[in-house]
Design a protein around this ligand. Structure first.
Ligand SMILES: Cc1cc2nc3c(=O)[nH]c(=O)nc-3n(C[C@H](O)[C@H](O)[C@H](O)COP(=O)(O)O)c2cc1C
Length: 387
């Protein structure tokens, strides 16, 4: 068993143990990948202020996100095709999150369905919705989320059309894997992945196949998804979805103050400052750079959460100190899942928790709810002057 001390260790194992096509699907951004890279490197520009001689006993990272108790302000972000990184991946990640006391968000484009994840968990999870043109499907999936007692709907707003990630096109990404020669050669080195995958029935998009009209197999699924992401999505439609859902609503993909204000107007319970992990608009600013201006605009009216680029507990601490009331990890837990299944997701959460707790202590704070901007050293022009 290798000694895992940080998220990068999990990433190396993920790469070794998962078919190239799915590792690349995770580890890529749109076009030049500038935004994907800067999401991470911009966190490094923020430094922490060391303090001494403060009693460090009885520390706590427990807090709340949208009124729900969390053991630290970190949720698992929605990630499509998680069940291809490792067999039954969504179930494994949801179980690890539940045991750790943090929210798990299931993607619309998951392999395991809402019902499957519900069956294998005991506490409510969150569900991420992509708005589709097919109204019956939309109403049906919202009802299915309610039936599964989902405790928050995360509505993703930055993917009306799919960003281009070069590696996916070059790899011929497909679900399930197509038996081409390069794929077979690559799979021969990933036998554990293959054996686990053979043993599960969850091999396709579980929320869609058998639920959307005319989608019963892979061929019809691809035609359906290509046509279904609704490019006409606008604020009126978001309002209607809020009414249909009727529960806590989190709007994901906000990167601009004006959009943040619109989100407040439609009554969001929280917004996620996010650029989809750099997978959509390459050239957009990193989420961490956009955080403070957005908090300044709407932070007194709505909870502001953040994702994109978080790879450590120090990143979580920095975002929290800037005023985020919640953070999300995407790739950081997928690396863990690909590396070691459920135990790997738990390991990713443990690594992040330990880094958060120790860094908080060394900055002279005992409770995550007392962490504020005072613990940070931020370059004066961090948000940047962009005209
Ligand atoms: C492989 C992959 C698939 C993703 N699929 C979805 C998805 O289905 N729905 C969604 O709202 N966001 C999706 N995202 C974006 C994540 O929810 C999140 O915004 C992003 O991963 C945060 O950046 P990070 O990976 O640097 O933590 C995906 C991200 C990755 C890496």
């Amino acid at each position: 068993m290798p000694v895992i001390t940080n998220i990068d260790d999990l990433k190396r194992l993920h790469k070794k143990r998962t078919p190239k096509m799915f590792y690349d699907y995770c580890e890529s951004g749109a076009w030049t990948e500038q935004t994907f890279r800067e999401n991470v490197t911009d966190f490094d520009k923020i430094r922490l202020r060391q303090r001494i001689a403060v009693d460090m006993e009885g520390r706590s990272t427990a807090t709340q996100m949208i009124g729900q108790d969390v053991s630290m302000p970190v949720a698992l972000a929605p990630v499509g095709l998680t069940g291809m990184q490792r067999a039954d991946g969504e179930i494994k990640a949801a179980k690890a999150a539940e045991k750790f006391g943090v929210p798990f968000t299931l993607s619309t484009m998951s392999i395991c369905s809402i019902e499957e994840v519900d069956k294998h968990t005991t506490k409510p999870f969150w569900f991420q919705l992509y708005v589709m043109r097919d109204q019956d499907f939309l109403e049906g999936i919202i009802q299915r989320a309610k039936d599964a007692k989902v405790s928050a709907l995360v509505l993703t707003l930055d993917l009306q059309i799919l960003g281009q990630r070069h590696k996916d096109l070059k790899n011929g990404l497909s679900v399930p894997l197509r038996p081409t020669l390069p794929n077979i050669a690559n799979l021969a080195t990933k036998w554990q992945w293959g054996l686990e995958m053979l043993a599960t029935k969850n091999k396709s998009f579980g929320n869609i196949v058998g639920h959307a009209k005319g989608v019963s197999n892979m061929g019809s699924l691809f035609t359906w998804t290509a046509e279904q992401f609704d490019p006409r999505l606008d604020w009126d439609k978001i309002k209607k979805i809020k009414e249909m859902w009727g529960g806590p609503l989190i709007l994901k993909g906000i990167l601009d103050e004006e959009d943040a204000r619109r989100a407040v107007d439609v009554g969001a319970d929280a917004i996620i400052v996010s650029n989809h992990g750099g997978r959509q608009l390459d050239g957009a600013l990193s989420s961490i750079r956009r955080l403070e201006p957005i908090i300044a605009a709407v932070g007194d009216q709505v909870e502001v959460h953040i994702d994109s680029g978080i790879r450590s507990g120090q990143d979580v601490l920095k975002a929290t100190a800037m005023g985020a009331t919640g953070t999300y990890i995407g790739r950081a837990y997928i690396y863990g899942l690909g590396a070691m299944g459920e135990a790997g997701v738990t390991k990713a959460l443990e690594v992040i928790h330990k880094e958060l707790d120790m860094s908080m202590a060394l900055c002279g704070r005992r409770n995550i709810n007392d962490v504020d901007r005072d613990i940070l050293l931020v370059p004066e022009d961090f948000a940047g002057r962009w005209a």
